[in-house]
Design a protein around this ligand. Structure first.
Ligand SMILES: [Zn+2]
Ligand SMILES: [Zn+2]
Length: 343
């Protein structure tokens, strides 16, 4: 079977891997779509190959496909099931694992990551534990399922945490795949979305995704521009999906008194001044990291029932043979969502 390998220093290749078969309680998934996620840039651009205990690992943590094989003892999954794969493993016994939050498992030696420590979705097939498979609603395409497998559902979970409703004006900082999903889901939840970015292409995509207003942050003083749009008060809620120190501060400064602000973009650092930024403004500052298996299923049902136009921001569809070029383009900052598709 074919699979992608990251060689290090921004080199990806497609190589032959040995055929695979599901073990006990595992299923064999034929990939139909596999998303590219910015959180893999560390692995892609890093110095060495993506490997674990000296063995190469196929990347890709946004897998979506069909079950084509069952290991022994699989219950509740059958051949032909269309599934989104939740890319984490844990001990399966702690409170977090039992509630679908395997990424929060407290048993360090049992924590695994499909597409990192384990083989992921950038191959013709993958094996996965049955508990990591979430049904893909019939009316969603596989590529939308791949988008939901990490980026889009991360946005959905953060909006739930922010308790977004039709009473809110929500400013979303960063209109990459996560931010664009927040714009679409937030719009469907009834909020007015102010989309912030420095890329004209991304802002145009945000406008087409339902944003009520867009702000080009390169034009300066974003908090002031947001106050102008909100009768001087600031946004009721803000979501930071850029992962940048300066943007994190600007997001807080753009939030109204008694508002809430959620950090989603990962990495780096930030320095707040507690008194003017947080305390004297009664700010609620939140963090949100991906979602549970149940959260993934809920996001997929919401996307299907509300016809959230997630597919509209997919800008790159590749075959697996073209995956190295797709990574090159994605890594250079091309806008929109990138997926690898199979017939
Ligand atoms: Zn991701
Ligand atoms: Zn656990």
């Amino acid at each position: 079977m074919r699979g992608v390998v990251f060689r290090g220093n921004s080199v990806a290749e497609v190589i032959d891997y040995p055929d695979i078969a599901p073990g006990p309680e595992q299923v064999l998934i034929k990939l139909r779509s596999s998303g590219l996620c910015g959180s893999d840039f560390g692995r892609y651009r890093g110095e060495g190959p993506n490997e674990h205990s000296g063995e190469l690992r196929r990347p890709g943590h946004e897998p979506c496909g069909e079950i084509v094989g069952l290991g022994t003892g699989v219950v509740g999954r059958k051949i032909g099931d269309r599934v989104i794969q939740h890319h984490y493993e844990g001990c399966r016994e702690c409170d977090y694992c039992l509630t679908g939050w395997q990424q929060l498992c407290q048993v360090a030696e049992k924590k695994e990551y499909y597409g990192g420590s384990m083989h992921g979705g950038h191959g013709d097939y993958m094996v996965a534990h049955q508990s990591t498979c979430v049904p893909l609603p019939d009316d969603l395409d596989f590529e939308v399922g791949a988008y939901l497998a990490c980026g889009a559902s991360t946005a959905f979970q953060a909006l739930k945490k922010l308790d977004i409703s039709g009473r809110d004006t929500l400013a979303v900082f960063g209109q990459g795949p996560v931010g664009l999903a927040a714009t679409m889901f937030g719009t469907e939840m009834g909020a007015r979305i102010i989309a912030v970015d420095i890329s004209p292409e991304r802002l145009e995509m945000a406008a087409n995704s339902g944003a009520w207003a867009t702000i080009d942050a390169s034009n300066g003083d974003v908090p002031e521009q947001i106050r102008e749009l909100t009768h001087g008060t600031g946004a009721d809620a803000t979501l930071e999906a850029a992962g940048l120190a300066a943007t994190r501060v600007v997001a807080v400064e753009s939030t109204r008194i008694f508002g809430r602000s959620c950090l989603v973009g990962e990495g780096g650092e930030v320095t707040y001044q507690p008194t003017p930024h947080i305390i004297h403004r009664h700010l609620t500052l939140l963090g949100s990291w991906t979602f549970s298996t149940f959260g993934l299923a809920e996001a997929a049902r919401f996307a299907a029932q509300r016809k959230v136009p997630l597919a509209s921001v997919i800008t790159s569809r590749s075959t697996i043979e073209e995956a190295p070029l797709a990574y090159e383009n994605f890594s250079s900052g091309a806008p929109g969502k990138f997926v690898i598709n199979w017939d």
